[in-house]
Design a protein around this ligand. Structure first.
Ligand code: SF4
Length: 369
């Protein structure tokens, strides 16, 4: 990753610090940008009379805002970099700092993948429109999407999404793709998202029945995996850092689903569960955790509520329970479960274990709205 091509937009922050005459400011930087943190602290201290404290704990999203702990340290303002505002109140005045990347790769390498995906989407759509002429069994057979659900499609548009540092290019890419013959929609999601085309590892709420397939502008497979698990739709990826194009293969998704099903099966006889509640402001789902506890009780099993700021194997493996249910960041169970000695389930997966939900009706991604 070429850090010189990233732009850190510090001007608004510097102005706010000066206007408010802030003396102590906490800077929160995502993991991938921590190497640049000291440079940024210098830049802010040179321009203002504030002292900057780096909130050096791991930070993976705006769900993880510095909250009242730093208020007790005397911090007056939090500068949170690289993520956008979500529908949470951390209790601290917070300035969100945009980070953008100027790489804008050509779309040519991804066009063949998009054409193939459009065909899949159009086939699903036409089958979906003929639904009334089929028996329920036939329909189930034919409309299964990548996660085993019956897909109610109303369109086969290309949904164009990206990770936050590339979203400034999204409407430019929309035009390029339209010129290449695609009908493109930039989805607008719910209150957890700030920008058109934005997706988070735990939120793909812009998805609609008009969208038949996706292009993700960004790097890595974290968002693509979540998007396919959530929507069941074909997805291509264009990486602004390398210019490379590839698809999220259905085999990969099938592999993840097989692993999830294995974990569900392994909990069949489990009697005691640790129910994890995330303490981070944007991960805290107390009501969901309490609902899981009630469900366990109803089915004659036992649930213990465990609240944590960070979730890790060293912090939970030793508890004498048979398995865990995670209500903190949904991706901990999906992406990291191999690191844990005991099964780590999502709330939906627990409901399948208990027989309240059916695996056969399709996988339900654990989304935080
Ligand atoms: S995926 Fe997890 S870390 Fe990322 S925003 Fe959602 S809750 Fe936070």
């Amino acid at each position: 990753m070429d850090m010189n091509r990233h732009e850190f937009e510090l001007d608004d922050l510097i102005e706010r610090i000066k206007d408010n005459d802030n003396r102590l400011v906490a800077l929160q930087v995502p993991e991938g940008l921590k190497m640049q943190a000291l440079e940024m602290m210098d830049a802010i201290e040179e321009e203002t009379s504030a002292r900057i404290i780096l909130a050096a704990d791991p930070c993976y999203g705006a769900c993880d805002l510095v909250h009242d702990k730093m208020q007790r340290m005397g911090v007056e303002l939090v500068a949170h970099m690289g993520h956008s505002q979500m529908n949470i109140d951390s209790g601290m005045p917070t300035e969100f700092i945009n980070v953008t990347y100027d790489g804008d790769p050509a779309i040519d390498p991804v066009l063949p993948i998009l054409s193939a995906h459009r065909e899949i989407a159009q086939k699903r759509l036409s089958e979906s429109l003929n639904e009334s002429e089929m028996s329920e069994e036939e329909a189930q057979e034919r409309f299964m999407d990548a996660v085993g659900r019956v897909s109610p499609l109303r369109g086969a548009k290309l949904g164009l999404v990206g990770s936050i540092q590339h979203l400034h290019l999204i409407f430019d890419y929309k035009e390029r793709l339209e010129s290449a013959g695609f009908e493109v929609e930039v989805p607008v999601g719910g209150a957890r998202l700030s920008f058109p085309g934005q997706v988070l590892g735990c939120n793909y709420s812009g998805d609609s029945d008009d969208i038949g397939h996706y292009l993700f502008l960004g790097s890595g497979d974290f968002h693509p995996i979540g998007l396919v698990l959530h929507t069941g739709k074909p997805l291509a990826m264009l990486d602004p850092y390398t210019g490379g194009a590839e698809e999220m293969s259905f085999q990969r998704i099938e592999g993840i689903l097989r692993q999830r099903f294995g974990l569900i099966m392994s909990c069949d006889q489990a009697k005691t569960f640790g129910i994890l509640i995330g303490e981070k402001p944007g991960q805290m789902r107390r009501n969901l955790a309490l609902r899981m506890k009630r469900k366990l009780e109803k089915h004659g099993r036992k649930g213990y509520l465990l609240a944590l700021e960070h979730v890790g194997p060293e912090l939970i493996d030793f508890y004498p329970v048979d398995a865990f249910v995670n209500t903190a960041c949904p991706r901990i169970a999906i992406d990291d479960s191999v690191r844990y000695a005991k099964p780590l389930l999502t709330p939906f997966e627990l409901e399948v274990v208990l027989g309240d939900k059916k695996w056969e009706s399709g996988y339900k991604f654990d989304e935080i709205p």
